[in-house]
Ligand binder design. Structure first.
Ligand SMILES: Nc1ncnc2c1ncn2[C@@H]1O[C@H](COP(=O)(O)OP(=O)(O)OP(=O)(O)O)[C@@H](O)[C@H]1O
Length: 576
């Protein structure tokens, strides 16, 4: 049932290429008709050279010329057919990839947090490739196959209907044999696509985490893990081919037996004078032409099944629930920057409560520091502020407007984030700074970089602002990357900023630079700073101390020290 639905959905995509499909079908029919005329001509030629000294050379030469013309046109139409089917298959897969990309952009962050990135990439690349191959083979073979079968039947019946009946009756046998085998190996094709995705996921993880792999001397273990996934892909691959490869030879076997039987019967009725040698020759060619598509169709069955399994994996993503449609929601322009959390409840895993009753208010221009031990829920506050995740209960207001009632885009355009894990794109430094402000002029980019104190190091790079960042910034230091993201936030110039202090990998001098840049970016903006070193937040307007998802203390540095609670104990431990 699922398979049937998958084919139906592939067919929906094929509809986009309706014109090309019709043209391909016409080409298929013409090339088949041309290939079917050949055997009749050959039969006539044979009948013209029956006995020694009794050969009609003139007519044979005429037939040869006709044959050359027929086969030349056959070549031309087959070539056009191949070109058209390629276009159809590429177009279909292009549309699928477009839909996939569109879908990926609309999926909630939860999807990326819970799925291996390599597996998602595999669906994009390997699975769509398998669909393309399946379509290419499937369309050509089906079109020419069906036309050849119908044409060959007509020609065979016109030559001798008894022999034709024998050939035709053998066809279902071939079909059922092929079907039986392919149904049985379908599960292996599914497993193959899954294992390929797993392999992709693993390799991606190891490549991007190479530093950690090396630091922990994990090479051997990672190689063992890789071997396990690789072997399991090998095993399902071999199993699917063990059964899949049976299809073609077994159908050929049936066809060859039928071929021999028809030859024998033909020679008997020819002795009885009911059929000429030329007709038997033509008939045998037709019987071959008739059975060939069955072999080919059954041959591509495996490929089509593999394409269907891959298509299912693509459709699984397309069927996932996107973030809620916001076309009816209002947009907000630049806000003043008043933020209010009111009785907010939220948990990632709905069976495990995290934030149960969180309320606080941040006035425009204020600096709010969020502190707490690891896993306390600091990043979660950011996730909720930006609506990367939606809250389960309560309200978050921006300038008094419930953020659920406005579009995510307009909400997010009021924020800039500088995270610990900086992400840079494989583009120039200038374009990376202008990522959130695409229309920015070069002078504005440079001014932002200067404010973030990034200008001096950028100028020392081989191509200055036009230096292309390689592999998400591996040619830059951690501190330099963070300065770039601060410049990005400066350029964006939003009313609210979210800053995540870096905890590691930064030398003291760069850290001071970052601190200074942070101070500048916070000026005149509502700012949320996830602080790890309490020395940097003494001047904050409000410090939220978090534990187990909730705020356990709230106030200024002085007030919290006076309370002598959690904050005071963390502070003392850092400055003891
Ligand atoms: N995407 C997620 N899915 C499920 N649980 C999550 C997810 N992200 C975080 N959590 C859990 O939610 C809790 C709060 O995590 P959060 O990342 O907000 O902590 P944090 O205070 O920012 O920690 P850190 O200082 O280590 O970054 C943790 O128990 C964490 O395991």
């Amino acid at each position: 049932m699922k398979n049937k639905n998958t084919f139906k959905r592939i067919f929906e995509y094929l509809k986009e290429s309706k014109r090309n499909l019709i043209a391909a079908f016409i080409c298929a029919v013409i090339s088949v008709i041309l290939s079917l005329i050949g055997p009749i001509l050959i039969g006539h030629a044979i009948d013209m050279m029956i006995t020694k000294g009794n050969v009609n050379f003139k007519s044979i030469i005429m037939i040869l010329i006709e044959l050359v013309v027929v086969y030349s046109f056959g070549f031309l139409f087959t070539w056009i057919l191949t070109y058209l089917t390629n276009t159809i298959s590429y177009n279909t897969v292009r549309s699928m990839r477009k839909d996939l990309f569109d879908k990926i952009n609309s999926l909630p962050l939860y999807f990326f947090d819970t799925n291996a990135h390599g597996d998602i990439i595999s669906r994009f690349i390997n699975d769509t490739d398998a669909i393309s191959d399946g379509l290419l083979q499937g369309i050509t073979t089906m079109m020419t196959g069906i036309a050849t079968i119908i044409g060959a039947i007509a020609f065979m019946v016109s030559i001798n209907w008894i022999m034709a009946l024998i050939v035709i009756l053998s066809a279902p046998l071939t079909y059922f044999m092929a079907r039986y085998i392919t149904i049985n190996c379908q599960k292996y094709f599914k497993a193959q696509a899954t294992e390929l995705g797993r392999l992709n996921g693993y390799v991606e993880e190891i490549v991007s985490g190479q530093k950690t792999v090396k630091a922990f001397s994990y090479e051997k273990k990672s190689f063992d893990n890789f071997k396990e996934v690789n072997n399991s892909l090998y095993n399902v691959g071999v199993k699917s081919q063990f059964f899949g490869a049976l299809v073609n030879p077994s159908t050929r076997l049936i066809n060859n037996v039928v071929y021999a039987v028809v030859g024998m019967i033909g020679s008997v009725i020819s002795i009885l004078g009911m059929i000429t040698i030329g007709d038997i020759s033509s008939f045998l060619i037709y019987s071959n032409l008739f059975s060939k598509p069955f072999n080919e169709i059954t041959g591509v069955f495996t490929q089509i099944q593999s394409a269907a399994a891959s298509a299912q994996r693509v459709f699984d993503i397309l069927d996932m629930e996107s973030e809620e449609d916001e076309s009816q929601k209002a947009s907000i322009n630049k806000c003043v920057g008043n933020v209010k959390f009111e009785d907010v409840e939220f948990s990632y895993d709905k069976s495990k409560k995290l934030i149960t009753n969180l309320s606080f208010e941040a006035e425009s221009g204020h600096k709010i520091a969020i502190v707490g031990k690891t896993g306390a829920g600091k990043t979660t506050i950011v996730n909720l502020l930006m609506r990367f995740y939606d809250i389960d209960n309560g309200h978050i207001y921006l300038d008094g407007v419930d953020t659920k009632k406005i579009t995510r885009d307009s909400l997010r355009s009021n924020f800039a984030m500088v995270l610990q894990e900086t992400f840079l794109f494989g583009d120039t430094i200038a374009n990376n700074i202008a990522y959130g402000s695409r229309d920015a002029a070069r002078e504005e980019i440079i001014a932002a970089a200067k404010m973030a104190d990034a200008d001096s190091f950028i100028r020392k790079l081989p191509n200055g602002y036009d230096t292309v960042i390689s592999d998400s910034g591996s040619n830059l230091s951690q501190g330099q990357k963070q300065l770039l993201t601060i410049a990005r936030a400066m350029l964006q110039n939003p009313p609210i900023v979210i800053l995540d202090e870096a905890t590691s990998n930064i030398d003291t001098r760069t850290e001071l630079k970052i601190q200074a840049a942070f101070e500048k970016v916070m000026e005149g903006r509502t700012s949320f700073i996830i602080a790890h070193r309490l020395s940097t937040i003494e001047g904050a307007d409000m410090i939220l101390v978090m534990d187990h998802g909730n705020i356990v203390e709230k106030g200024t540095h002085k007030e919290l020290l006076k309370q002598d609670g959690v904050y005071a104990s963390i502070y003392k431990s850092q400055f003891a």
